[in-house]
Design a protein around this ligand. Structure first.
Ligand code: IMP
Length: 175
């Protein structure tokens, strides 16, 4: 199948929005500890860029690796944990950092799981949100960009494991 990547959100727009999110998060967690939980692999560049923009001396970062797609563009509804957190989240302010919330299935499973570990609070920060695709309701606390129902790649997001390295976000357009 042939396709092309059509630019949608530029590197500049992404960085400016992340700076705004970082400032907002810094204000909201002022005087509090903060544990960033990055969801691999897609959130990798977002976590890096975001943590540089957050002023918080009590901040730490941990990662989970989950898989919900099997190389296709449709969520399977089954969330596999490929790597769990290294640290306990008990009594911590957890901020889940994700690349995109689509149907909401992955995020709702993650919330369910992490919620059983007695964190002090859990919030969600996603770079992209596709609200029109939602099948499970999830409250998103910080959203970079709302997008239409389009399949996108770049800035950590993949199409069949490719294009994560792009510094912009583009739509995958199939011919
Ligand atoms: P959900 O469970 O349907 O919300 O899907 C969430 C996961 O699906 C994200 O973490 C992404 O890995 C993947 N995903 C959803 N939409 C896209 C897309 O447009 N491009 C790349 N990955 C996507």
């Amino acid at each position: 199948m042939s396709f092309k990547i059509v630019p949608m959100i530029t590197e500049n727009e992404i960085n400016e929005r992340i700076a705004e999110l970082g400032a907002e998060i810094s204000r909201d967690y002022k005087g509090e500890d903060l544990l960033i939980v990055g969801i691999l692999k897609g959130s990798m560049p977002f976590v890096c860029s975001l943590m540089w923009q957050i002023q918080n001396e009590g901040m730490s970062v941990d990662y989970m690796c989950v898989s919900s797609y099997g190389g296709e563009t449709e969520s399977s509804g089954i969330v596999r944990i490929l790597k769990d957190l290294d640290e306990s989240i008990e009594n911590k302010n957890v901020l889940i950092v994700e690349d995109i919330v689509d149907t909401g299935r992955t995020m709702s499973k993650l919330l369910e799981l992490l919620g059983t570990r007695n964190p002090k609070s859990i919030k969600i920060c996603t770079l992209l949100d596709k609200p029109s695709r939602r099948t499970v309701e999830v409250k998103l606390d910080y959203v970079g960009f709302e997008i239409e129902n389009r399949f996108v790649a770049g800035f950590g997001l993949d199409y069949d494991q490719h294009f994560r390295q792009l510094k912009f976000i583009g739509e995958v357009v199939f011919d």
